[in-house]
Design a protein around this ligand. Sequence first.
Ligand code: GLU
Length: 449
Amino acid sequence: MLMYANEELQALYQEIVQRNPAEPEFHQAVAEVLGSLGPVLSKHPEFRDDRAIERLCEPERQIIFRVPWQDDAGRVQINRGFRVQNNSALGPYKGGLRFHPSVTLSVIKFLGFEQTFKNALTGMPLGGAKGGSDFDPKGRSDGEMMRFCQSFMTELYRHLGEYTDVPAGDIGVGQREIGYLFGQYKRMTNRYESGVLTGKGLDWGGALVRREATGYGLVYFVQQMLEIRKEHLEGRTCVVSGSGNVAIYTIEKVQQLGGRVVACSDSGGVVHDPDGIDLALVKQIKEVERGRIEQYVVRRKRGRFLPGASIWEIPCDVALPCATQNELNGKDALALVKNGCRIVAEGANMPTTPDAVRVFHEHGVAFAPGKAANAGGVATSALEMQQNASRDAWTFEFTDRRLGDIMRGIHQRCYETAEEYGTPGNYVNGANIAGFIKVARAMLALGVI
Ligand code: GLU
């Protein structure tokens, strides 16, 4: 299949597909980035000569390991653990851990690849990595979670360190899991090395705002997209898919800024509440009870639960996909356009399929890719690392202000780069090109390693 006008990139893509068979998510993430790089190679022949793209597409290290553990019934369970250390030109490897049955090497590789560009865009000294397991936390007891995390870390700890690789959370990994992982790391190494993991609890080295950061940062980015159009969030109708950490704090910030979120979801279906989602109730169900979003309508009679429905059929001005990869396809994009949606920004990693992105671009919908719009999470992880390194603890207001500044910086970098390379308003090109140039320059400076 011919994807690029540029023959060189086409050949390169083909080679990457052949070298990495059966990894569709990784191919998709690579294809999206290569689609932006044609003009960069023309302007910067040094990146071609030093094979910067090929190097970026070959992770520095890929670790796959067995994770054996015992469930509450005493049965032995076996899962597979992964850590893909994609690139460390800008700093120690950094990126989350995902515990979900859909996790494969392809998923972790695409996430590690994306993370490298995202982390570069933040302007912080961070390399890129991702890890996780095909373990399903759904229905597991606290004891099972702890034993699984301990077994996972018993293998992974030798590859980590505050100057080596610093994991955090992602889907299925929150503060509870980071606690069990940190505890086991501390026990194995006999070191209280706070900076080895981020997303920690406030009592043991965690930072204020880290929990809220991805969602808040996403909304700060959307504010910038609106400001350029001389608009604001107040009075706008928003739809936020998902109901995990990213979705919850996205909804919170939209509501604080006067927007109305009318729907959220989980894998079981969609809650539509035209009067505005009751966030306290969502937090109770998801953060405290670890339950299903279906519970919302049992307790709040005004809402409707639509099992198995597409959330993108609900009319909105701003759509914020915050669940998982490939959750918004071409058909969904057409429904959003038809209903008047004008802004889409990704809170999740690669939730929008390539044909959906095409639909948005064709219809003049402003579209922000996750590697720019959801970078507030990892940027605030870098702030947590700064606090750990200086044994300090900053206030909520100070940290939140820094997050706001970082998101404004990312927006500006993407916006200006898109303009410089002849595609004004195209945040996909802006993010891919700005992220690539930053990492590629550092790679070249460090020699052939
Ligand atoms: N998992 C988050 C992401 O996709 C955060 C990573 C981190 O804080 O290291 O960016």
